[in-house]
Ligand binder design. Structure first.
Ligand SMILES: [Ca+2]
Length: 373
C-alpha cells in the first residue's frame, strides 16, 4: 500500500491526527546528540585565558567559552590519573568501583573491572560509535582495556607518558617500552622526545578522522590527552613561539580543541554535539591553579579537585554563560545517558546526577548535589 492509499483508508480525522503527530514522530527519529569529552592531563585551574591565564594564548578555548558555558565549580572524582578516569567513565566515586588511591602501573594485575558500566557501554545501547583517543590508564591487561569497556575503537598509550625507560627512577621501576596502540595492537613505541611531542597531534588527528567517518551516526569521542603531564615535549611550531614546554603544551591542547570544534562546524554537526573540556586533576609543576590552593595530588584542596571546565553546544547552551553550581565528572554518565535517551544503570549505585538542566541553563536550575555547608 502506498502512502496515498494508506491515508485514503483512514477517515479525515484520523489523517489529521496523523499529520498533527508528525513533529513528535520526526523528533523521535532525529539523531541523538554526539558527545566529545576532552580530558587534559594535569592542567591547572588557571592555565587558559577563559580561566584567567595571562601567560598562555588559548584563542580556541576563548571562542569555545564565548560560544558556550564556563563551569567554575566543576570537580573531578579523585585527584590522580587512574581514579579520576574511573569515576568519569562510570559516574561513580572511584572508591565505589575499587579504583581509589594509586595509579595503575605497567603490567599490573589491576584495572577497571569489565563488569562496571561506562559511558561508552551505555551509549552503545543507543547505537553510538564510540572511540577513545589518548591515555587510557585504567589497567593495561587485555580485560581492562577500552575494548572491554564499550569502546569500538582505541588509539593511544595504555598509561602515563612518564612510564617509560627515561623515567628518573627507572632503575627502580624498569619500565618496559611505552607502546602506541591501535585497538589491541602495538603499532609503535614512544621512545624519545620527538615521539612524545607528536602525541597531542596524533590523538587529535585520529579523533577528527573518527568524527568524519562516523558523521552520519551518533558518536562518543573520549579524548584523554597525554599533555600536559611530565615529561613535556611539544611540536616545534609550538615550542618556537612559547617561552617554555608548559606553555607550548597548553597552547597545543588549545590547538587540538580548535581542530575538534572546526571539524564539527565543517560537518554541520556543531548544533548536535555537546563538547566538554576539562582536566583530570590539579596541575603539576609549572602550571597555574589561579586563585586556588593545592595542585596535583593531595591532601585535597580546591586546586587538587576543581577543574577548568567549558561546555559547548551551539543552539542549546547559551553563549557566554557561566555556571557556578557544584557539578562533577561523575555527573557526565547520567547526564549523557539522559540526553541520549539511554537508560542509566539501575542495578547499582551511581553517585553522579543528571546535570542537563545546568548545562542547558534552565531557569532556576540548581546543583543536584547536597552540601552540608
Ligand atoms: Ca593526571
Amino acid at each position: 500500500m502506498n502512502r496515498r492509499n494508506f491515508l485514503g483508508t483512514l477517515g479525515l480525522s484520523a489523517a489529521a491526527l496523523l499529520l498533527k503527530s508528525s513533529p513528535s514522530v520526526s523528533a523521535a527519529r532525529s539523531k541523538p546528540p554526539n558527545f566529545v569529552i576532552i580530558f587534559i592531563d594535569d592542567m591547572g585551574y588557571g592555565d587558559i585565558e577563559p580561566f584567567g591565564s595571562t601567560v598562555n594564548s588559548t584563542p580556541h578555548l576563548n571562542r569555545m567559552a564565548k560560544e558556550g558555558m564556563k563551569l567554575t565549580s566543576f570537580y573531578i572524582g579523585w585527584s590522580a590519573c587512574t581514579p579520576s578516569r574511573a569515576s568519569l567513565l562510570t559516574g561513580c566515586y572511584a572508591k565505589r568501583v575499587g579504583m581509589d588511591g594509586k595509579v595503575c602501573f605497567p603490567g599490573e594485575a589491576r584495572g577497571l573491572n569489565p563488569d562496571e558500566i561506562t559511558i561508552a557501554d551505555l551509549l552503545k545501547t543507543k547505537g553510538y560509535a564510540t572511540g577513545c583517543f589518548g591515555k587510557w590508564h585504567l589497567g593495561d591487561q587485555p580485560e581492562f582495556m577500552p575494548a572491554e569497556h564499550g569502546f569500538d575503537y582505541y588509539y593511544g598509550i595504555p598509561y602515563s607518558n612518564d612510564m617509560w625507560r627515561f623515567h628518573k627512577f627507572n632503575k627502580r621501576y624498569n619500565f618496559p617500552p611505552l607502546p602506541l596502540l591501535r585497538n589491541g595492537e602495538v603499532i609503535g613505541e614512544v621512545d624519545n622526545g620527538d615521539d612524545q611531542a607528536m602525541l597531542c597531534k596524533q590523538f587529535t588527528d585520529e579523533a577528527v578522522a573518527f568524527i568524519r567517518k562516523n558523521k552520519k551516526r551518533p558518536f562518543f569521542v573520549y579524548l584523554p590527552h597525554a599533555f600536559v603531564h611530565l615529561p613535556r615535549f611539544a611540536r616545534k611550531e609550538f615550542m618556537d613561539r612559547a617561552e617554555n614546554e608548559v606553555q607550548a603544551q597548553i597552547e597545543e591542547t588549545d590547538w587540538s580543541t580548535g581542530q575538534i570544534l572546526k571539524t564539527l562546524r565543517e560537518l554541520k554537526l556543531d548544533k548536535n554535539t555537546l563538547v566538554i573540556f576539562t582536566s583530570d586533576n590539579g596541575g603539576s609543576t609549572g602550571t597555574s591553579m589561579g586563585p586556588l590552593r593545592g595542585a596535583k595530588g593531595g591532601p585535597v584542596y580546591e586546586g587538587h579537585m576543581r577543574e577548568l571546565t567549558i561546555a559547548w553546544w551551539p543552539g542549546k547552551i547559551p553563549p557566554g554563560s557561566v555556571c557556578d553550581e557544584i557539578a562533577s565528572t561523575i555527573d557526565l554518565l547520567p547526564t549523557l545517558a539522559k540526553l541520549a535517551g539511554a537508560k542509566a544503570p539501575t542495578d547499582r549505585i551511581i553517585d553522579g546526577k543528571d546535570i542537563s538542566q545546568l548545562l542547558l541553563a534552565e531557569p532556576g536550575a540548581k546543583s543536584p548535589h547536597k552540601s552540608n555547608f
